[in-house]
Design a protein around this ligand. Sequence first.
Ligand code: ARG
Length: 263
Amino acid sequence: MKLIKWKWQQLISSLGCLLLILACNSFYPSTKQDAKLLKVATDPTFIPFEIQTASGKLEGFDIDLMNAIAQVAEFKVDFENLPFDGMISALQAKRVDAAISGITITPQRLKTIAFSRPYFKAGLAIAVRQDNQNIRDFNSLQGKKIAVQIGSTGADFVKTIPNAKISTFNSGPEFFQDLLNGNVDAVVSDAFATLYAIKNGKLKGIKVVADLLTEEYYGIATPKDSPHLETINKALAALLSNGTYKQIYQKWFDAEPPQLPQS
Ligand code: ARG
């Protein structure tokens, strides 16, 4: 008799536990296990924003920032490597949910895709071989051979230089190699990436002669009517005010981050 009573008690308490678990689950339906998965495109040839280590691991300012955003907004990130030039069409076709790749917010791009609030203050720089004495500024680029990345703001910028002969490349390592080989006189590309690579010994024999030719801001790109844009913006705002953005900036650039506009 005692044994049967004990079994009943056990059954009732197990049922109670089960009901409690079910109730909790309906109150908190989105536990970490079923967090949303966002496919995020990146072109990891852009030191120190996105790079791929020899073992295939992605690293960089953008990667840290995107992971921090995902943590705050409780989604998971599935990074997908794409060439920079293919990113806008991948977003337009909604093959990816977002892209982070040091992408400058431009009026032209805003016609076809959307951007988060600005997350990085950037600009273009002119880089030449260390022994070059005659290229010093924008005007001295006239009639020169210049290498740029296909589809980049650098590529748009050099179109305005009279008589320049432009070569286009898929990635940073390629156009800098062309400069070192002596095939072109200069490279016009993002200042922070070039200065970082020179400072860290990744670009030997190259110097920057004019930096911040333009004022640009990077944004996280999404398809135009993305349901994730607001979530990303809210998370970015939180990271900017809680000190996480500053920490990530200091980790990669060893400097205080500048003030960013809100939109
Ligand atoms: N900021 C420039 C642009 O938006 C170049 C960015 C290149 N980024 C990269 N991951 N390759 O056009």
